[in-house]
Ligand binder design. Structure first.
Ligand code: ZN
Length: 112
């Protein structure tokens, strides 16, 4: 997912993501010839996927550049993965260290 958002035919660069000056939960994301409106509070985007509540690359771009997660954001950090496991397994969930990436540099997001 990360590679598609960053290396797609229409890559979303930092300058393509703009925070709404009147509502800090809303962003406009330029992608190709379209501009999509993302509301991180309601976890929606105006693209065909995001309108139905799916996670999309426009929401991911906001995570990349603003470090803000919507409610439908998949667990990407060790902390969130541990929380999901704890919900499913309770005390049997492996400790948070279990969910750390093998390489810490694999979490870095290239800035173009
Ligand atoms: Zn979208």
């Amino acid at each position: 997912m990360r590679k598609r958002a960053i290396y797609s035919a229409n890559p979303i660069k930092q300058e393509h993501v703009k925070k709404n000056e009147f509502n800090e939960c809303q962003f406009s994301v330029s992608c190709g010839n379209e501009v999509y409106c993302v509301d991180v509070l309601s976890a929606c985007c105006s693209c065909s996927a995001g309108r139905l509540g799916k996670f999309c690359k426009h929401q991911f771009a906001i995570y990349c550049y603003y470090n803000i997660c919507g409610k439908n954001f998949p667990p990407v950090e060790a902390k969130e993965k541990h929380q999901i496991a704890y919900l499913a397994l309770g005390q049997e969930a492996p400790p948070i260290d279990f969910y750390q990436p093998f390489r810490f540099d694999s979490c870095e997001i290239p800035k173009h």
